[in-house]
Design a protein around this ligand. Structure first.
Ligand code: IMP
Ligand code: MG
Length: 182
């Protein structure tokens, strides 16, 4: 796998340190709110697991799966719910935990959809943000963001290309020849 990586953008130590900071901040702000933490499968799994273990407060977790890029590296702008939340978020403080914001389509759609379910508040916590890639007309901003990164396709720590590389403990830039040959 390492041969397909051009370079390491964020090391395991950098990620772990930043996730602990985010967790501490969320724990402070949500101390008495019993938030429902929403993991957007599958990309957020590693981030979600580490983030929640850095939040020593009462909370619950739920999971949702939405359509991904499939075997391409560009978003279609269409979002399909493949697995919905198991529980209600009515009257709850919800935090959507996402791996990366790219065009912003996915989270714009999701936060609108979840707002309609009567949550007390909805905030977005993303590990990575590529602000330069936001689609025209998308004004979405993360409430909590781990790292702003340049416009490159990255994998690891949950993020995939064609379902691969999610288990890398760091975030690396994928060699363009890997996706250009498909
Ligand atoms: P958006 O709707 O364009 O913001 O897309 C967000 C989703 O696209 C993320 O949840 C990822 O699944 C995927 N994505 C965007 N950029 C990357 C990347 O650099 N590597 C891996 N997946 C990405
Ligand atoms: Mg994703």
């Amino acid at each position: 796998m390492r041969n397909d990586i051009e370079g390491i953008l964020l090391s395991e130590a950098q990620i772990q340190a930043r996730v602990k900071e985010l967790g501490a901040r969320l724990a402070e702000e949500y101390r008495d709110k019993n938030p429902v933490m929403i993991c957007i499968l599958k990309g957020s799994t590693m981030f979600f697991a580490d983030l929640l273990r850095a939040m020593p407060i009462p909370l619950t977790m739920d999971f949702m799966a939405v359509s991904s890029y499939g075997r391409t590296t560009k978003s279609s702008g269409e979002v399909e719910i493949r697995k919905d939340l198991a529980g209600s978020i009515e009257h709850r403080h919800a935090i959507i935990v996402e791996d990366i914001i790219d065009s912003g389509f996915t989270l714009t759609y999701l936060s609108r959809m979840l707002s309609a379910r009567g949550a007390k508040s909805i905030r977005i916590c993303t590990l990575l943000d590529k602000p330069a890639r936001r689609a025209p007309g998308i004004t979405l901003k993360a409430d909590y963001s781990g790292f702003e990164i340049p416009d490159a396709f990255v994998v690891g720590y949950g993020l995939d290309y064609a379902e691969m590389y999610r288990n890398l403990p760091y975030i690396g830039i994928l060699k363009p020849e890997v996706y250009e040959k498909n």
